[in-house]
Design a protein around this ligand. Structure first.
Ligand code: XLS
Ligand code: CA
Ligand code: CA
Length: 453
């Protein structure tokens, strides 16, 4: 991967290419576990993990919170005289960062990449210009686009929703933006296109026709899909579940809800889910639960890698560092067959008071190491086979005899009920008293995570 800043202004001076130095390294600007070319099973780490940097958090967000002004003073904004120039410089800073970090992918919203113009035509022109520059930089560096999306939640026109807005005029505005963003994804060879329905939900049912809004959402998604397919988009469309925030209730609540919605409207062939760890937590689920549910329902696609804070229930988008979580996530991902078009996108932001340029690097290094360590532990679990064998054995009564006939649908309900009192049936106070062995399995997991196995 070529370093981009050569021949351009350097926005992260003093920080060079990040290398793997191993677990004993004291260098905060080195990988301890992520060793891109190391083979793990049948692929290298970089092929398994497919890390992406989120353009919005890393190069757009400025530390503003509801209580205070910006704390992150971005040099790429400070040295520009127009909004377009600021976005051009931001692109240079971003590609410098991607290549120094060694991230193979990035993700963006239309409005991260280019500023909104005075009218839809101008906005689209701005985006087309920036996309042509991004294309050159992708070619020069080998960095690829994991997915693009449209920001249908920041502008005041979307305060009542985008595709689910009660005013048709807003739905049309949203379509204009999505069309241009799909065009951008096609132009940049994007492997995916994400719909996150930030304001596709409601604040109160008193003013909402829920059925009509869901129908509109499905209609909008089907039309966007058809547009993409007929214009050469070969990637995967993703829906990103989130239960709430900014709406009180978001229609794409969690993976199970999205899978049901896709089936109800016949969209399951083209759409999969982009699962965010922090959103799983807001929905009251473990990250692992959402990943395994997606795999079970055949909609697993991509991941927004971050973490929340279990004590405050906000979308804090912190960088992932919990090796237990990353181990269980990578186990679910490996069992689902690994990523194809998807990857691990760091939808995460450094804290308001993390104001050193190196903080952005250290945050990503930590997240990449956490997932690399999780990958290694998950591979140990799979290779050792104990956990898999335990689960298989737990269902062993369905692998033979009547259990097998039941599973294969070769038994009616009367026959099933009759087995309860058939000669040789276990006494009712004995049947079902097999230990689930949770504590033993948790102890085993600890050994894998700590690397003893
Ligand atoms: C916000 C979402 C958003 C999507 C992309 O909570 O995570 O950033 O990932 O629009
Ligand atoms: Ca996200
Ligand atoms: Ca989030």
């Amino acid at each position: 991967m070529a370093e981009y800043f050569v021949g351009h202004k350097e926005y992260f001076p003093g920080i060079g290419k990040i290398h793997y130095e191993g677990p004993t390294s004291d260098n905060p600007l080195a990988f301890k576990y992520y060793n891109p070319d190391r083979r793990v099973g049948d692929k290298t780490m970089r092929e398994h993990l497919r890390f992406a940097v989120a353009y919005w958090h890393s190069f757009g967000a400025d530390g503003t919170d509801p209580f205070g002004d910006a704390t992150h003073i971005h040099p790429w904004t400070a040295d520009a005289t127009t909004a377009m120039e600021a976005h051009e410089h931001k692109l240079d800073a971003a590609f410098e960062f991607f290549t120094k970090l060694g991230a193979d992918f990035y993700c963006f919203h239309d409005r991260d990449m280019a500023p909104e113009g005075d009218n839809p035509g101008q906005s689209e022109k701005n985006l087309v210009h920036m996309v042509s520059l991004a294309k050159e930089r992708q070619k020069a560096t080998g960095v690829r686009l994991l997915w693009a999306t449209a920001n249908l939640f920041s502008h005041p026109r979307y305060m009542n929703g985008a595709a689910t807005n009660p005013e048709f005029g807003v739905v049309a505005q949203a379509a204009g933006q999505v069309k241009a963003a799909i065009d951008a994804a096609i132009e940049l060879g994007g492997q995916g296109y994400v719909f996150w329905g930030g304001r596709e939900g409601y604040m109160t049912l008193l003013n909402t026709d829920l059925k009509r809004e869901k129908d509109h959402l499905a209609r909008f998604l089907a039309m966007a899909r058809d547009y993409g397919r007929t214009h050469g988009f070969k990637g995967v469309f993703y829906i990103e579940p989130k239960p709430m925030e900014p709406t009180k209730h978001q229609y794409d609540f969690d993976v199970e809800t999205v899978a049901g919605f896709l089936r109800a409207y016949g969209l399951e062939k083209d759409f999969r889910v982009n699962i965010e760890a922090n959103h799983a937590e807001l929905a009251g689920h473990d990250f692992q639960h959402e990943l395994e549910t997606a795999a079970a329902l055949g909609v697993f696609g991509s991941v927004d890698a971050n973490r929340g804070d279990p004590r405050n229930g906000w979308d804090t988008d912190q960088f992932p560092i919990n090796a237990y979580d990353t181990t269980l996530a990578m186990l679910a991902i490996l069992r689902a067959g690994g990523f194809t078009t998807g990857g691990l996108n760091f939808d995460a932001k450094i804290r308001r008071n993390s104001v050193d340029p190196a903080d952005l690097f250290e945050a990503h290094i930590g997240g990449m190491d956490a997932f690399a360590a999780g990958l290694l532990a998950a591979q140990r679990i799979i290779e050792d086979g104990k956990l898999g064998a335990f689960v298989k054995q737990r269902y062993d009564s369905f692998d033979r005899g009547d259990g097998k006939r039941f599973e294969e649908g070769r038994m009616n309900f009367e026959a099933l009920a009759a087995l309860a009192s058939a000669p040789g049936a276990e006494a009712t106070d004995k049947v079902g008293r097999t230990s689930g062995k949770q504590e033993r399995l948790e102890n085993l997991l600890m050994r894998y995570v700590l690397g003893v196995e």
